[in-house]
Design a protein around this ligand. Structure first.
Ligand SMILES: *Cc1c(COP(=O)(O)O)cnc(C)c1O
Length: 298
């Protein structure tokens, strides 16, 4: 579904079996930006909550609750812990969604026999959803963060604004370098004035345009594989949001199981390479990419 196509979102969520509208604020992999105010209006008109994955933007760059999001989720594995050394996730309930007067959420609005017949939305009011997450999802699924990973994540969050500033500054230099390169067809980074998401980024993001983005090589698949193998400073990894710069060629790795057509639709065609720009000196990151690009035949 095209998250920027108002009419098709509206028609899709009019289906009464749809329970939430879900989007990323800043999207992995190609750095697109969602129109959060438009999405929250559509979701609320349909009587469903807006759930926003804010992993890529982080609270340092975007506060989705200010634009009407009801539930915000994070992979803390990425920028929040920030050093590629801890796994975790977080769910934030803004406490504003009225579950009782909405489309139908029996887990929250009907008595729960596993908890002596309490009704979560009624008993816990604005804490109904998050209490249900604790009492049922966490208990039943066992998704408990290990103490050591909790410690690493909390230590990481202390430097989040500083790190995001440097991630963003470095990403800008790298994106501008790639945008001028003759072996690069296209750079998908919302900070470029030519990006169709530039105006949305200015509305919804603060302090930068993100440091995870894709670029497309003029020549396709084999050059994408070769480029990744030719990088030295930049590590070949599927993670994002690490202090170290990371690179991956999705078509031959993370998205290899999809057909060429499905990959094209997901924004990861044959020549697409994803970067997660780290905290090294920008000149070093650019030198590594410049040498790897120079080594390509095509
Ligand atoms: C990685 C990622 C996830 C999944 O997080 P895990 O910590 O790997 O479970 C979810 N959303 C986004 C945007 C991500 O980048």
């Amino acid at each position: 579904m095209d998250i920027h196509d108002e009419a098709s979102i509206k028609s899709a969520i009019s289906d009464p079996s749809v329970a939430v509208l879900f989007a990323e604020s800043l999207a992995n992999p190609d750095g697109n930006v969602s129109d959060l105010s438009m999405l929250s209006r559509l979701a609320h008109d349909a009587g469903i909550p807006l759930v926003i994955d804010n992993t890529m933007a982080t609270p340092a760059m975007c506060r989705p609750g200010d634009f009407g999001a009801d539930i915000i989720i994070y992979s803390t594995t990425k920028f929040l812990s920030g050093h590629g050394n801890a796994m975790g996730g977080a769910v934030i309930d803004m406490g504003k969604f009225n579950w009782q007067e909405s489309r139908g959420y029996p887990a929250l609005t009907e008595p729960d026999p596993a908890y002596h017949g309490i009704t979560f939305a009624e008993t816990f009011g604005e804490y109904g959803y998050i209490t249900y997450c604790h009492a049922s999802a966490l208990r039943d699924l066992g998704t408990t963060l290990s103490p050591f990973h909790a410690f690493l994540t909390l230590s990481g969050i202390e430097t989040l604004p500083l790190r995001m500033r440097q991630h963003n500054e470095n990403a800008q230099k790298v994106a501008e370098f790639l945008d001028q390169h003759d072996k690069v067809d296209h750079v998908s980074w919302a900070g470029l004035p030519s990006s169709p998401y530039h105006h949305l980024a200015k509305t919804y993001l603060k302090g930068g345009f993100g440091s995870v983005f894709t670029f497309t090589l003029k020549n396709g698949y084999d050059e994408g594989v070769a480029l990744v193998q030719s990088c030295n400073l930049i590590s070949h990894l599927a993670n994002i949001g690490d202090t170290r710069s990371l690179i991956i060629h999705p078509a031959s790795t993370t998205h290899r199981q999809l057909t060429a057509e499905q990959r094209q639709k997901a924004g990861v065609g044959d020549g697409v390479v994803r970067l997660s720009i780290g905290l090294e000196h920008a000149d070093d990151i650019i030198a590594d990419l410049a040498a790897a690009l120079a080594s390509l035949n095509g």
